[in-house]
Ligand binder design. Structure first.
Ligand SMILES: *[C@@H]1O[C@H](CO)[C@@H](O)[C@H](O)[C@H]1NC(C)=O
Length: 173
């Protein structure tokens, strides 16, 4: 019994190696990765007051370049670090793909601005990048009320008062 298993070992090893080779050569799975944050200053960019959202839903949508028809779609949810990782089937080099915010579980931070709720991503392995992950710009849901410290944070980032959204109140004291 033990002897026959021993005799099979080289064969088992060979099968394992071949399937590994097949995996390495034919596998086309790309991972689309990114983060979703709460835009606590309502500025549409990350500040040091931003925080990451767990349980946010995003969708990857790919569309035909000419007609704009949806060709591929996939949804994902962010983990405890606000990150999502979508395993994509096939190559979508000829399509226009974007990640779009779908929903946020945080009632105080679930607003989106049309046009600022999506980010383009190239979903292809034919672009000279051998890594299997493509990273997407962070996308943010807006907090209903900006945090009190936002005025100071935005000034600290070099914004003059005229550039600061009026909803971001200047500290009164
Ligand atoms: C945000 O949350 C509030 C409170 O639950 C809800 O009434 C509102 O519809 C939500 N907005 C969006 C865009 O989901």
């Amino acid at each position: 019994m033990a002897k026959s298993v021993q005799a099979l070992l080289p064969l088992i090893a060979a099968i394992g190696f071949l399937s590994f080779l097949g995996f390495a050569m034919c596998d086309e799975t790309l991972f689309i990765e990114g983060q979703v944050y709460c835009d606590t200053c309502r500025t549409a960019f990350v500040t040091k007051a931003s925080n990451l959202i767990e349980g946010a839903k995003v969708a990857l949508n790919c569309r035909d370049r000419a007609a704009g028809d949806l060709t591929y779609s996939l949804e994902g949810v962010t983990d405890s670090t606000g990150s999502y990782k979508l395993a994509v089937e096939g190559d979508h080099e000829e399509e226009i793909c974007e990640i779009k915010l779908i929903s946020s579980p945080r009632e105080d931070c679930n607003e989106t601005i049309p046009g600022l709720d999506n980010a383009r991503v190239l979903v292809t392995s034919n672009n000279g990048i051998s890594e299997l992950s493509r990273f997407v710009n962070s996308l943010g849901f807006l907090k209903k009320e900006p945090l009190p410290e936002c005025h100071e944070i935005l000034r600290g980032m070099g914004m003059v008062p005229a550039m600061i959204p009026t909803s971001v109140k200047e500290p009164s004291a």
